[in-house]
Design a protein. Structure first.
Length: 147
């Protein structure tokens, strides 16, 4: 005859369950805050990457047009680069390009016929993120311009 051992399984007591719930209640909220902050940082990084990409694309367009013998310095005007909402299909973003011919002595002072154009690309994105990039093209011989 075989004997069966009748062991009694011990269950958790109510006190143990309550202690476990209190520990969880104290530990979970800080973890959720950290997870939320990480998600927020990831979204901000993605927005910044999109801003940089959109500004770089526009700068590349301006430099390419300037180097193109069929277009050149005279084609670099604000009207050639209109303001865009949802550039590159990105909802919530805008891109503006402002181009001015400026004085060689003071790049903030407009001066027609100077041979130096300052262009400014401004990209705005969700949650008031923005990026502004400025550069120059020139029509001055020996200064890197293509004329």
């Amino acid at each position: 005859m075989t004997r069966r051992s009748h062991r009694r399984r011990r269950a958790l007591s109510l006190v143990e369950v309550i202690i476990a719930m209190v520990i969880l209640a104290l530990a979970v909220p800080p973890l959720l805050v950290q997870i939320g902050a990480g998600v927020e940082q990831q979204q901000a990084t993605l927005i910044q990457q999109n801003l940089v990409r959109l500004a770089s694309e526009r700068m590349w367009q301006v430099f390419t047009d300037h180097a193109n013998p069929a277009r050149g310095y005279d084609a670099i005007v604000s009207a050639a680069y209109p303001e865009e909402s949802t550039p590159g299909g990105l909802a919530g973003y805008t891109r503006r390009t402002e181009i001015r011919e400026v004085s060689p002595a003071n790049y903030s002072t407009p001066q027609e016929g100077s041979g130096i154009k300052r262009f400014r690309v401004q990209v705005t994105g969700p949650r008031n993120h923005a990026l502004v990039v400025e550069s120059f093209v020139t029509n001055i011989p020996g200064a890197g311009g293509t004329g």
